[in-house]
Design a protein around this ligand. Sequence first.
Ligand code: GLN
Length: 252
Amino acid sequence: MNLTIGHLYPDLLNLYGDRGNIQCMMKRCQWRGIGAETIIFEIDDEIDFSKLDIVLLGGGSDREQMLVCDRLKSIRKDFKEYVENNGVVIAVCGGFQLLGNYYATADGVIEGLGIVDLETDRGTDYRLIDNIVLKSDLFSMPVVGFENHGGRTNIKNNKPFGKVIYGSGNDGKSGYEGVIYKNVIGTYLHGPLLPKNPQVCDYLIQKALERKYGQTIELAPLDDKEEKEANDYIYNRFKGKVSKPQNQEQLV
Ligand code: GLN
């Protein structure tokens, strides 16, 4: 068995080590004897989604998102088809926002891919910056990470990725974080997300293999002692505390 991961536009969208998510997926495949390769697409490259099993869309500054926006229009149709056909996507922060209909920034509206019905408006007060802990129905372990975003995302009737235990989440108010749509996870969690949350990584690998090979897949367990200890440490450090974004005084 083997998987091909497409990393979209790391030349522009690669904030806070999003690339580490790729390494984590590759390693967790290879440790199990599953072949894994990554294709990096820079902004002018053609993308053949039929060759991809997992797509990573990382985070970026408003400026970089604006630069990517034009290019997205030309891949929208193929990307949407891939998603509707149960293609696996992990979209982080700026990438999460770009899955939606638009992101309205202080300098204008960035048109999104319109793949998931969600919308993002720039907050008028402060950025939401802090550690974050979630509980997601999909995983027994809590999901831990770090968030840093000016945008406030409304996921409408979509299912969230998790419920916020500590941190701000999609908009600092709803109590929810991220989105799940078919085999797409959109989330504000940087970190990188996957090394800190091996169950999330395995979920993506499993979904991608099931789609590709048309059968139920049970992944061989790995020794996640250190990953679990690190995750547990963060969970215990923040659970029960009240989140206060670190720089509330900073206007955006
Ligand atoms: N520029 C977006 C925002 O500030 C996304 C940031 C990010 O990817 N960290 O909301």
